[in-house]
Design a protein around this ligand. Structure first.
Ligand code: NAP
Ligand code: G4F
Length: 345
């Protein structure tokens, strides 16, 4: 029997790497679109990229801002499923580069949907929508019918992508779905998102590599889950009889302060001794409280999270400690600190 073929945009990111692992384990042929970068950007998928004849993973150069590369990828791969995970995904950064964020995150999705329409094939399409769509809605918890109130160029770009996906489903009868995923993290999370910034810094502080951690708003509340659980939900959405949109969340919310408590107590330190607050890390407009109601996903997809908040933060800080120790990054206390502080936005 022919293997099913999946095409993943954003395969080099946190979710792309976990999704590629999941699909390879399900015996898919996996194709990933990667963009050219001056420094190596495949650290998260290196372990999967053995000779492709063995691993079933193949990488193709392309970019969400380059329609012809998307058209070509569809023509050559002819995928059964497409997972559109590529985005400029950092909310704070989207205020600095709003136009670029819109290009990649909003128009990039439109380009991919148009490429599908023009290709003459009928792959199932997953769009990486976000709880940021809900913004500062007064409704808590948020579910599929909660009105959207986006608060950043990122969220507005994702709103465009969300409605474009719905529109292509309704207008062209495409199997196109939105996964409205709440925050999900892991040991592979980018180091400038708050969870990983905290776990990485805590591990560095524990090993004497860093003496302070500078953060922004500690009162923001998020519904944080484990990325590995969430990619399973993406796949499930594309296995249904009919296309629909689903909220994926744990149903619990915690503040950034709670995250500091759990993380630092895991390594027997008191975060109050190390954390400083800087206006630099506040956003022009903040999303205060996100908490999702994933009961539709539980009912229709049979999906539920397996890792709770505390378990997630423990996985992350333990992995950061182990990584720093294994790579002897703790032997020179000054190495890389300045560079690290600058990069951790
Ligand atoms: P991530 O780690 O930031 O990964 C983003 C991916 O997009 C990377 O592979 C990146 O490539 C790629 N990309 C960026 N610009 C591109 C372009 N112009 N052309 C092609 N590829 C491009 O994000 P993530 O956390 O895995 O999230 C995956 C998706 O889910 C994103 O769309 C994000 O907005 C959305 N989402 C995430 C969460 C969450 O909590 N993680 C929640 C809801 C929705 P490089 O490696 O080359 O930079
Ligand atoms: O970790 P964050 O940067 O994630 P944010 O803004 O919630 O966005 C993430 O989740 C979305 C889903 O809801 C995704 F769509 C999006 O792609 C991304 O993955 O910030 C979380 C909270 C914010 O309220 C922020 O103000 O942490 C607060 N925070 C406080 N100090 C900080 C910092 N955030 C960052 N990145 N850095 C800080 O120093």
């Amino acid at each position: 029997m022919q293997k099913r073929k999946a095409l993943i945009t954003g395969i080099t990111g946190q979710d792309g790497s976990f999704l590629a692992e999941l699909l390879l384990a399900k015996d898919y042929e996996v194709y990933g679109i990667v963009r050219r970068s001056s420094s190596f950007n495949r650290g998260r998928i290196d372990h999967l990229h053995q000779p492709s004849e063995i691993s079933g993973l193949r990488l193709i150069y392309g970019d969400m801002n380059d329609s012809s590369s998307l058209n070509k990828a569809l023509r050559t791969v002819k995928p059964d499923e497409i997972y559109n995970l590529a985005a400029q995904s950092h909310v704070r950064v989207s205020f600095d580069i709003p136009e670029y964020t819109g290009e990649v995150t909003a128009l990039g999705t439109l380009r991919m949907l148009e490429a599908i329409r023009e290709s003459g094939i009928s792959p199932r399409f997953y769009q990486a929508s976000s709880s940021e769509l809900f913004g500062n809605t007064p409704e808590i918890p948020q579910h599929e019918t909660t009105p959207f109130l986006p608060r950043s160029p990122y969220a507005i770009s994702k709103l465009f992508a969300y409605w474009t996906t719905v529109n292509y489903r309704e207008s062209y009868n495409m199997f196109a779905v939105n996964g409205i995923l709440f925050n999900h993290e892991s040991e592979r999370r980018g180091e400038n998102f708050v969870s990983r910034k905290i776990t990485r810094s805590a591990a560095r502080i524990k090993l004497g590599l860093q003496d302070k951690l500078v953060l922004g708003n500690l009162d923001a509340r998020r519904d944080w889950g484990y990325a590995k659980d969430y990619v399973e939900a993406m796949w499930l959405m594309l296995q249904q009889d009919k296309p629909d949109d689903y909220v994926i969340a744990t149903g619990e919310s915690h503040s950034v302060r709670d995250l500091l408590d759990v993380c630092f107590s895991r390594i027997d330190l008191d975060w109050h001794d190390y954390v400083e607050i800087s206006p630099h890390y506040f956003r022009p407009s903040e999303v205060n409280h996100l908490m999702g109601d994933a009961s539709k996903a539980l009912r229709e997809l049979g999906w539920r999270p397996t890792i709770n908040f505390e378990g997630l933060i423990h996985i992350m800080v333990d992995a950061d400690l182990a990584d720093l120790q294994a790579n002897n990054k703790f032997q020179d206390p000054n190495a890389g600190e300045l560079e690290y502080q600058r990069a951790a936005r």
